[in-house]
Design a protein around this ligand. Structure first.
Ligand code: GAP
Length: 459
C-alpha cells in the first residue's frame, strides 16, 4: 500500500521527490500544489486546537539557527546520536538497529524464530555490536561490518564567511529549545502564569539514516511542539500528563478522523527514554509499514530550564507575583511531526474500490473544500455562470475550477485529492438557479439552490 500512496502523492501533486531532475536527494521530499494545502490545513488546525482554543497557551516562532551554546546546554551536542555501522568495503553507513530489524524479518520469513533479550531500542551499542557478530550479519551488499559507533544527528553549519570553531552553528534538531530560551521573554512580556504552555511550529533538521519509509523520517521536517510549564508542588504531573495524552488522542481521532483501532500507546522503558525525560509515551499509528511513533509526550521535569540557567548564567526561575514563591517550573512536552500527521492522514483516508480511488479526508483538512465544473466547456452561458459561482465560493472556501475533459475525469481527480464536494452547473441551472452537488464519499448527487449553497457546504 505504501507504494500506491507514494504513486498517488506524486501523480496528484501532494508530494514530489526533492531535486529529482538531479537524480533526487535521499530522505527529502517537496510538497506540491495539493500537498501544500493539506500541510497548511494540518498546521492551522493544530494551532487552532492547541493555541487559539485554550486560554493557557501562547505561541512563538523562534529562529532555526540558535546560539550554539543552546545545543550544548540541551545535551544535543553530546547525546543526540544514532547508532551507525559501516560496510568495511564500500564505507556505506547503516543504522545498526535497522540492519538487525531487517535481518530478524528475513529469519522469520525463513521460519526461524529469533528472540531478542530486550527491545532493540533498549540495546546498548555494545549489545548490538555483539548481536551482529554472533549472528554473522552482513551489510546489504554482503560485506563485513565495522564496530557500531554513535553518529551525531545535528546538522552543523558556519555563521559568516570564516569556517572556524568560533563560527560553528547548528540547524535546530528540535523546535523545543527555542521555547526554553524564550521562556523569560514570554513571562516578562505577556500576562501568562504557570500552569501555561508555549507552542511552536517550525522546521527541524536531523542527519538521519532512514529506511525508505517515504515522509515518515526525513532530514528536514516540520515539528509542532508544546512546552507546558507548571509548579510541581501545585499540579500533579501525572494528572496533567494524562490530560495532555487525552488532548493528543482527541486531536487524532476527532479532528483527523482516525479510527482508534489504528492507535496505541507505547511507554518507553528506562533504557529507551531520552536523557531529559522522566516519563515518555508515544502515540503509535498503524502506518502501512508497521505500527510506528506518531506523536511523543515527555515529562522533561526542570531539566531544560536548569541546563540553560547553568550554561547562560541567566535566572529562568519563576516568581509568583501573589505568593512570592520562586521555583523552576516543570515541563510536559507533547511533540509531533506535521509530516507524520500528513502521512497518517493519507494512509487512514485512502480507499480503493472497484470503481475508484478516493481520499476521505475530513472537510476541515481537505486541500480543496469544493470543486466547480460547467457541465460542458463549449457553452459560454454555462461557463460564465459556473465562473461566477466559483468566484463567489472562493470568498468562503478553497475552491477548485475545472473545465477540462469530461465530468467523469474531473470527479476522478477530485476523489483522488479528497475534495468533499463537486458542484456542476448544467442547463437546468440556467432555468431554475439550482446546481448538482456530488458527495465524495457516497457519490450521491443532490440538487441545491444556489442561494442555499454556502449554508449547504458549511454543514
Ligand atoms: N522535542 C522532543 C522531540 O523532538 P522526538 O521524539 O525526537 O522528540 C518528536 O520528535 C516528533 O517529531 C516525533 O514524534 C515525530 O512525530 C517527529 N519526528 C522526529 N524525527 C523526525 C524525522 N526525522 N522526520 C519526520 N518527523 C520526525
Amino acid at each position: 500500500m505504501l507504494d500506491e500512496l507514494i504513486a498517488l502523492a506524486k501523480r496528484r501533486g501532494f508530494i514530489y521527490p526533492t531535486s529529482s531532475i538531479y537524480g533526487g536527494l535521499a530522505n527529502a521530499y517537496d510538497y506540491g500544489p495539493v500537498g501544500v494545502e493539506l500541510l497548511r490545513n494540518i498546521r492551522n488546525i493544530w494551532w487552532r486546537e492547541f493555541i487559539h482554543k485554550r486560554e493557557d497557551m501562547v505561541g512563538i516562532d523562534s529562529q532555526i539557527i540558535l546560539h550554539p551554546r543552546t545545543w550544548e546546554a540541551s545535551g544535543h551536542v553530546s547525546s543526540f546520536s544514532d547508532p551507525l555501522i559501516e560496510d568495511v568495503k564500500t564505507h556505506k553507513r547503516y543504522r545498526v538497529d535497522h540492519l538487525i530489524e531487517v535481518w530478524i524479518e528475513s529469519q522469520v520469513q525463513k521460519g526461524i524464530n529469533v528472540s531478542l533479550a530486550k527491545p532493540l531500542e533498549a540495546m546498548s551499542l555494545e549489545e548490538m555490536g555483539a548481536f551482529i557478530i554472533e549472528h554473522r550479519i552482513m551489510s546489504p551488499e554482503g560485506n563485513a561490518l565495522s564496530n557500531p559507533k554513535k553518529f551525531n544527528l545535528l546538522f552543523s553549519t558556519h555563521i559568516g564567511a570564516v569556517e572556524e570553531e568560533k563560527s560553528l552553528a547548528y540547524l535546530r534538531g528540535e523546535t523545543a529549545q527555542g521555547i526554553f530560551t524564550n521562556f523569560k521573554h514570554v513571562i516578562e512580556s505577556t500576562r501568562v502564569k504557570p500552569p501555561f504552555g508555549i507552542g511552536q511550529i517550525g522546521k527541524a533538521f536531523r542527519n538521519e539514516i532512514t529506511t525508505g519509509q517515504f515522509i515518515f523520517r526525513t532530514f528536514e521536517f516540520e515539528q509542532a511542539e508544546i512546552e507546558y510549564f507548571f509548579d510541581a508542588d501545585e499540579t500533579n504531573w501525572e494528572t496533567l500528563y494524562g490530560s495532555w495524552k487525552e488532548a493528543m488522542w482527541h486531536f487524532v481521532t476527532q479532528v483527523c478522523g482516525v479510527s482508534s483501532e489504528h492507535l496505541t500507546w507505547y511507554r518507553h522503558s528506562d533504557a529507551e527514554r531520552s536523557h531529559y525525560s522522566k516519563e515518555t509515551n508515544d502515540l503509535m499509528y498503524a502506518f502501512p509499514f508497521g505500527v510506528k511513533e506518531l506523536w511523543g509526550i515527555a515529562y522533561r521535569t526542570t531539566y531544560d530550564l536548569q541546563q540553560h540557567m547553568k550554561y547562560s548564567g541567566v535566572k529562568l526561575d519563576y516568581t509568583d507575583p501573589v505568593t512570592g514563591k520562586t521555583y523552576t517550573p516543570h515541563v510536559i512536552e507533547p511533540a509531533v511531526g506535521l509530516n507524520r500527521l500528513f502521512l497518517m492522514l493519507l494512509s487512514e483516508h485512502y480507499h480503493v474500490t472497484p470503481e475508484r480511488t478516493y481520499l476521505s479526508l475530513p472537510q476541515s483538512l481537505a486541500p480543496y473544500r469544493v470543486a466547480v465544473f460547467p457541465l460542458v466547456a463549449n457553452k459560454p452561458e454555462l461557463v460564465s455562470k459556473a465562473r461566477e459561482l466559483c468566484n463567489s465560493l472562493r470568498n468562503h472556501f478553497v475552491t477548485y475550477w475545472d473545465d477540462r475533459g469530461n465530468i467523469g475525469k474531473r470527479y476522478k481527480y477530485q476523489d483522488e485529492v479528497g475534495t468533499p464536494s463537486c458542484v456542476t452547473i448544467d442547463f437546468q441551472t440556467l432555468e431554475d438557479q439550482t446546481v448538482t452537488v456530488r458527495d465524495r464519499d457516497t457519490m450521491k448527487q443532490e440538487r441545491v439552490a444556489i442561494p442555499q449553497l454556502i449554508e449547504y457546504l458549511n454543514q
